[in-house]
Design a protein around this ligand. Structure first.
Ligand SMILES: Cc1ncc(COP(=O)(O)O)c(C=O)c1O
Length: 392
């Protein structure tokens, strides 16, 4: 068990002023909560593990920066061999470029004139690519590139069945590829092929079947581009839940994001043996303080909707076996003892701190200004969630 240097459940923070005992940590050492805490050792292992998977498959890694929104984590990924980063928004790209990341794929359709102007401007300082699924959209990217005097690499966004962005028909995708290849200021760089929903299919067999269907769709796109004389130099896609099943699907680079921290939603999709999905370690939690107690079966913590997203399900109080998180409002979370549990932990004391594993990491991270970084179990640094809130 990871031994954190903050008061653990059951350890009451002493309030009466007195000289601290030599071995006792002063109360001031406790972090203010709610705090987004990260086990940097586990992050390092996750980064190395994914780099090894990609190397073994002979596929480049372009991790998705939408997860961490941080040039520091991005640079750690580059140092481990990643070719660049992905992000969803131009605002995120700006933060990553400012933080020294020189090669970025914006994996989302950018159509607003001001956003395109910012994208083109950024291309003067870094290698920037984006994606398109519409002829008009391609013209708008070209207009912005022309106005800024830059060339922008564009990938045709292919829909493998996700039903979000992307062109569903290979012939239509090829037509867009031709348009990009013949438009001054643009460079046809290949295909984006990301299928989001297959990542989270529960049960290995069902997920493998869903990914196989996506892979078959991708094969049709690649064949159509090759037949048209436009072989894609880049085929970019895949994520934390599907990459292992997409090693031989034609991808040249993987866009996985969540693997750096993992979250409860991913843990629960299940592995081949029917256990938890944990090719990577849990490395991120929200630390909360018990700020109200109500007997042996209910306490309240200071973390609610404003510090924990609930779109990926309720968080889990991992330090308290036999307890469950229940919605408590914007600033509160309730912890309830599960009556059916054989050996539940005793109710944590007022003022004690405990970890909550978020359902969905990405959306929880975006609620916080900073990461509190732990190394060797000790709090060593505070790093900004630099692109937090960059939704434009
Ligand atoms: C286009 C795109 N690529 C890659 C990813 C990364 O997926 P994951 O965080 O599941 O690894 C996402 C996640 O939403 C995405 O939208």
């Amino acid at each position: 068990m990871w031994d954190l240097e903050f008061p653990r459940p059951g350890r009451t923070i002493r309030r009466t002023p007195r000289r601290p005992h030599k071995k006792e940590k002063p109360v001031e050492a406790a972090l203010e909560t709610p705090a987004l805490i990260v086990d940097l050792d586990a992050v390092r292992r996750n980064i190395a593990r994914m780099a090894a998977h990609a190397a073994e498959a002979g596929i480049k890694l372009r991790p998705h920066g939408k997860t961490h929104k941080s040039p520091i984590f991005g640079r750690m990924q580059l140092a481990a061999g990643a070719v660049g980063l992905c992000c969803q928004k131009v605002g995120e790209a700006q933060i990553l470029v400012e933080g020294g990341i020189g090669d970025i794929l914006v994996t989302n359709e950018i159509v607003a004139p001001r956003a395109l102007a910012r994208l083109a401007d950024l291309s003067r300082f870094a290698k920037i690519r984006t994606v398109a699924d519409n002829a008009q959209g391609i013209d708008w990217i070209a207009d912005a590139a022309h106005a800024a005097g830059v060339e922008i690499g564009v990938l045709v966004d292919c829909d493998l069945g996700h039903g979000r962005t992307g062109v569903a028909e290979p012939a239509a995708a090829v037509a867009l590829g031709r348009q990009i290849a013949t438009t001054p200021g643009l460079r046809f760089d290949g295909l984006q092929a990301y299928h989001g929903t297959v990542q989270h299919v529960h049960g290995f067999a069902a997920r493998a079947a869903a990914v196989a269907a996506a892979n078959a769709a991708l094969a049709r796109f690649i064949a159509a581009f090759e037949a048209a004389g436009l072989p894609p130099a880049i085929v970019s896609g895949a994520g934390t839940g599907s990459f292992a099943l997409q090693a031989a699907a034609g991808y040249t680079e993987w866009q996985c994001g969540t693997y750096i921290f993992m979250d409860k939603e991913y843990r629960d999709i299940g592995d081949e043996a029917g256990g938890a999905y944990q090719p990577f370690e849990q490395a991120l939690w929200v630390l909360a303080t018990v700020n109200s107690t109500h007997g042996p079966t209910r306490v309240v913590v200071d973390a609610g909707l404003k510090s924990l997203s609930l779109d990926g399900g309720l968080p889990e109080p991992v330090d308290l076996p036999g307890w469950k998180f229940a919605f408590g409002g914007d600033e509160h979370g309730k912890l309830l003892r599960d009556a059916a549990h054989a050996a539940p932990a005793p109710a944590p004391a007022l003022g004690s701190q405990l970890r909550l594993l978020p359902g969905h990491g990405d959306t929880t991270i975006n609620l916080h200004d900073a990461y509190e970084i732990f190394e060797g179990g000790k709090h060593v640094a505070t790093w900004p969630v630099a692109a937090r809130g960059r939704v434009k």
